[in-house]
Design a protein around this ligand. Structure first.
Ligand code: GUN
Length: 295
């Protein structure tokens, strides 16, 4: 029997409806959650993501500012902008879109965002809290969204063997930390594989829950999936497709058609993890506004 589809559009919409009530409550107290999105340079994929984030804020009734800087922007100028945003009471969340141009030291920039406004969860204070299992830290949007997909699709993580493929600081590492936490969507036994792992298939075939974020189109084939596993595909890759008007199509890091014959549940690309990432960014921004308004 083919796998059940885990629908990120539907689960994201459900969460945004819940958030709507919180946003309305804040507005009654004259607080409109505000997000600043900073884009440096003209990376086309980043431009699309930034536009989607702004649109999602508009639809949810959040205030937002998108600041676009040229790709030659010196690091000092970006730092001054962050200081202004850190001090701006209308802004509760700050996101610096990655990757940054070469002349800018990404770590120094991520250190400069006020950790209380770090809705991306990339400041070392929040990274440390998530790694240490402290729930007061902001959780990075993509792995947090994956965790919500699992919880809201009734996938039991407790005691399950979760295999994460990919060790990026945006997805793989925080994903492993969230799955290890004690609580709902946690308590898993976690294996992390990466580009240097010997015989990855041997590991992926052990997974009750397989989360793939390695950034290689259709890397995981059907025979790498254990029968009955839950497969979460975080990848978004453009591959050439002359049959499409755009000349390309989007595929994940998993061979969907093969894996869905083996898995018990699977996320599609698009329409799986993607919509959850933006939902969790809105969620973190609302939490940040709540924390600021209660100080
Ligand atoms: N680039 C790719 N993913 C992300 C993300 O989640 N946040 C930011 N700021 N940049 C990204």
């Amino acid at each position: 029997m083919p796998a059940r589809l885990i629908d990120g559009n539907a689960i994201g919409a459900e969460m945004r409806a819940e958030l709507g009530a919180e946003i309305a409550g804040l507005k009654k107290k004259a607080v409109t959650p505000g997000l600043a999105v900073v884009l440096v340079g003209d990376n086309p994929a980043s431009e699309v993501y930034v536009r989607m984030k702004g649109k999602a804020c508009d639809e949810a009734g959040l205030y937002h500012e998108t600041v676009k800087l040229s790709k030659e922007t010196p690091e000092g100028e970006l730092m001054s902008l962050l200081e202004r945003l850190n001090a701006n009471p209308q802004i509760h969340g700050i996101l610096v879109q990655l990757p940054l141009p070469k002349q800018i030291d990404t770590n120094r920039v991520l250190h400069r965002v006020d950790p209380r406004k770090d809705v991306d969860g990339f400041h070392p204070e929040n990274v440390g809290k998530v790694a240490g299992g402290d729930p007061s830290g902001f959780r990075p949007a993509t792995p947090y969204g994956v965790q919500q997909l699992l919880i809201r699709s009734d996938v039991e993580t407790k005691g399950a063997h979760a295999v994460v493929v990919g060790r990026s600081s945006i997805v793989g590492r925080p994903m492993a930390a969230l799955l290890l936490q004690d609580g709902k969507g946690g308590n898993a036994t976690v294996t992390v594989c990466h580009s240097r792992t010997r015989n990855i298939a041997e590991h992926t075939r052990q997974a009750d829950i397989l989360i793939v974020a390695i950034g290689k189109p259709e890397f995981v084939s059907g025979d790498m999936v254990k029968p009955g596993a839950v497969v979460i595909d975080v990848g978004v890759n453009r591959v050439d497709d002359p049959s499409k008007k755009s000349g390309y199509r989007l595929v994940g890091d998993v061979q969907f058609d093969e894996a869905k014959q083996v898995a018990s549940a699977i996320t599609p690309v698009p329409g799986g993890v993607g919509p959850m990432t933006i939902t969790m960014l809105l969620y973190n921004t609302v939490q940040a506004a709540k924390q600021w308004s209660s100080r």
